[in-house]
Design a protein around this ligand. Structure first.
Ligand code: PHB
Length: 367
């Protein structure tokens, strides 16, 4: 019999150092904001956080997650940002049955071939914003595109999603450039883009790497001649550092800074008051991970050992996210609107809804 009066142990596995450090912090901030709104407790249970800096390093991921489960006995795992680390977390979660809520990492397999009743995502698949952007770039009349990204699951899958819809609409990805994560030596690749003269470039970078890429792209003189597109990670949480180099960029994402809904306005105000910072998509995903945990716990009165009730409550929920309400697909990934946004000053301004209720194809998920 689980003690429902004891603290609920949440293992927070996130990057607190490296190129994705700001993303990890925003996710934790969002998670804590929701908790604070509930008076610090979910279904009567106080939350104890056990934090691990996963350094976005897949080679350390299995050890890190095993420690949280076996040494620290966490009740729930929340993590992470990097797809390679998240895949290792999902493997252990699947093997041990521990509840896992992924507050960012988009690795398609986590809600694809690795899907499981105890694995949930509050964010997106890498395919989702990529696929939406392929349609946008095709509609702009671009035919020939070069892609550039880090060589790991997130970059590969983002490019694949883009390519799928872009080529279906008659475009062609003529070159796929990559460099190892988290390398930021872009010069040789920018020279290659200039020589190839595509109609447009599609890119996945995020965090510190996105800041440097957007600045280098503009400094190389490419921004004026070859329009740059990407999923919104390219410009979320980065605009102050990118400055004029980001102005005007069009990106696709499940969040924007100017949705103007009562729900989002209230969230943004509370976040800004608490942290003296503007929220970004990562903060929203952390906030919604806490909401999902809260929904599951409420259904079982805080007794997370009542697995079936916990899982089915989240499966049935309409999650009242600042991004707009969303539901989960059968594979436990958000079915959500994807917005086109444009950088105006320090804002990723809402332009239009590009894909209404876009669901990931969840290839390989049997559940
Ligand atoms: C990922 O590794 O899945 C990832 C990382 C950073 C992002 C988005 C996706 O902004």
């Amino acid at each position: 019999m689980a003690q429902t009066s004891a603290k609920l142990k949440v293992g927070l596995m996130l990057p607190y150092t490296g190129t994705y450090a700001s993303l990890g912090n925003a996710i934790e901030n969002g998670f804590r904001l929701y908790l604070a709104e509930k008076g610090g407790k979910l279904s009567g249970r106080e939350i104890e956080f056990i934090k691990v800096d996963d350094e976005s390093d897949p080679s350390k991921a299995t050890d890190n997650v095993n420690k949280l489960i076996k040494r620290d006995n966490v009740d729930v795992l929340v993590g992470t940002v990097h797809s390679g680390v998240a895949m290792a977390m999902a493997k252990v979660a699947k093997d041990t049955g521990t509840i896992l809520i992924v507050p960012n990492a988009g690795a398609d397999v986590v809600t694809g071939a690795m899907c499981a009743p105890n694995i949930f995502r509050s964010s997106f698949t890498n395919w989702q914003p990529g696929y939406a952007m392929g349609e946008v770039v095709a509609k702009k009349g671009h035919k020939k595109v070069v892609t550039i990204t880090w060589k790991y699951a997130a970059g590969d899958e983002s490019v694949n999603g883009f390519k799928e819809s872009f080529e279906k609409a008659g475009g062609k990805v003529v070159k796929e450039l990559t460099l190892p994560f988290p390398n930021v030596e872009f010069q040789a690749l920018l020279t290659e883009i200039a020589a190839t003269k595509p109609d447009a470039v599609y890119t996945f970078f995020s965090g510190g790497g996105a800041v440097k890429f957007v600045k280098d792209y503009a400094a190389a003189g490419l921004k004026k001649s070859i329009p740059l597109y990407g999923p919104g990670f390219l410009t979320d949480g980065t605009l102050e550092a990118q400055g004029a180099a980001a102005e005007g960029l069009l990106t696709t994402l499940h969040y924007a800074d100017s949705l103007g809904t009562a729900r989002d306005n209230a969230f943004r105000l509370a976040y800004a008051k608490t942290y003296k910072l503007q929220p970004d998509v990562f903060a929203v995903q952390g906030y919604d991970a806490a909401q999902m945990l809260g929904i599951g716990l409420a259904a079982v009165k805080g007794d997370i050992s009542k697995r079936a009730g916990f899982v089915s409550a989240i499966e049935k929920a309409k999650i009242d996210s600042p991004r707009g309400a969303f539901t989960l697909s059968k594979s436990h990934n958000p079915v959500q609107d994807i917005y086109l946004r444009q950088v105006v000053g320090n804002e990723n301004r809402f332009v239009s809804v590009i894909s209404k209720a876009l669901a990931d194809p969840a290839r390989g998920c049997k559940m």
